[in-house]
Design a protein around this ligand. Structure first.
Ligand SMILES: C[S@@+](CC[C@H](N)C(=O)[O-])C[C@H]1O[C@@H](n2cnc3c(N)ncnc32)[C@H](O)[C@@H]1O
Length: 278
């Protein structure tokens, strides 16, 4: 693996993740033969506004049951499964983290969704798929870890069929002021590569995409984090939560995200970008 992304890979590689989630579900008294998407959402939707944002993005996507969608940077597959569940489409997820992918596969089997939802471990910078292969792209909060955004967007564009839509939900920079660290996607600045929204939009169009939808969701993110206080003392962690994916300092990371949003250091964008050709 390229040394540039090795430390990002290790940030997203918690030990024994699947078993810890199962232990959590058991502690919560869940019957493992009847687990639902909603039982998992506290831990498997690792992006701002969690399943609420996922549902809005599904609505926005217009994806339908006849389509095969690629989820780039899928994490442990919460939104990957929800997208398939709500629309009936087939979804393939890819993520840098082997531990996340192992967990994604096992949770998907637990939910009996493995026929329509598949996963691969690999990098978004070298997608192991043919040109013009997927009907749509879905990518939620991965760009922050990608320095070479043109390669990522170029790969995304390459595997998308002409006329296909890419739904992206991304943290961007804002006023060119560096964020406070740590944040949920990065322990420090060596893992975080934010560009302001307009620069992100320019990268999309220079790749060849046409922008169909462009919504600034920063206000909604600020509302969601408005009550996050500076943590004091030992963290009081829930039984299931994204701290399992990103570390026990998640409360500090969430607090810093609040400051970064309020101080206009980061912003939140959702976009639908189209590969022309039909
Ligand atoms: C904040 S998480 C979001 C996960 C998921 N999209 C979600 O919303 O639950 C960022 C994800 O991007 C993945 N990632 C970072 N850089 C990547 C790369 N170059 N290729 C593939 N995945 C990458 C990480 O492993 C991590 O799972």
């Amino acid at each position: 693996m390229n040394s540039d992304i090795k430390h990002i890979h290790s940030y997203y590689s918690p030990n024994d993740l699947y078993n810890r989630i199962i232990e959590g579900l058991n502690k919560l008294g869940k019957d493992l033969s009847k687990i639902t998407l909603d039982d998992l959402h506290p831990v498997d939707e690792f992006h701002i506004r969690g399943d609420t944002a996922t549902k809005e993005l599904i609505e926005l996507s217009g994806f339908t049951s006849n389509l095969h969608i690629l989820d780039v940077g899928c994490g442990i597959g919460g939104s990957t499964r929800r997208l398939s569940h709500e629309t009936g489409c087939r979804v393939t997820g890819i993520d840098l983290s082997d531990e996340y992918i192992d967990t994604a596969v096992r949770l998907t089997t637990l939910l009996n969704m493995q026929e329509r939802v598949k996963f691969h471990a690999g990098s978004a910078l070298a997608l192991p798929f043919d040109d013009n292969w997927f009907d749509g792209i879905w990518s939620l909060q991965m760009n922050m870890n990608v320095d070479d955004k043109l390669s990522w967007l170029g790969e995304t564009y390459r595997v998308l069929k002409p006329g296909g839509h890419a739904v992206l939900y991304e943290v961007c920079g804002n006023k060119n002021t560096p964020p406070h660290f740590p944040v949920p996607w990065a322990q420090d600045s060596s893992m975080s590569f934010l560009v302001p929204p307009q620069a992100f939009r320019d990268l999309l169009t220079s790749t060849g995409f046409e922008i169909d939808v462009w919504n600034d969701k920063t206000d909604l993110a600020m509302k969601a984090f408005a009550k996050v206080e500076k943590p004091v003392g030992e963290p009081n962690l829930p039984i299931l939560g994204v701290y399992m994916l990103a570390g026990n300092d998640i409360s500090t990371k969430a607090y810093n995200l609040r400051r970064n949003l309020e101080e206009e250091r980061v912003s939140l964008i959702e976009t639908v970008a189209v590969k022309p050709g039909l």
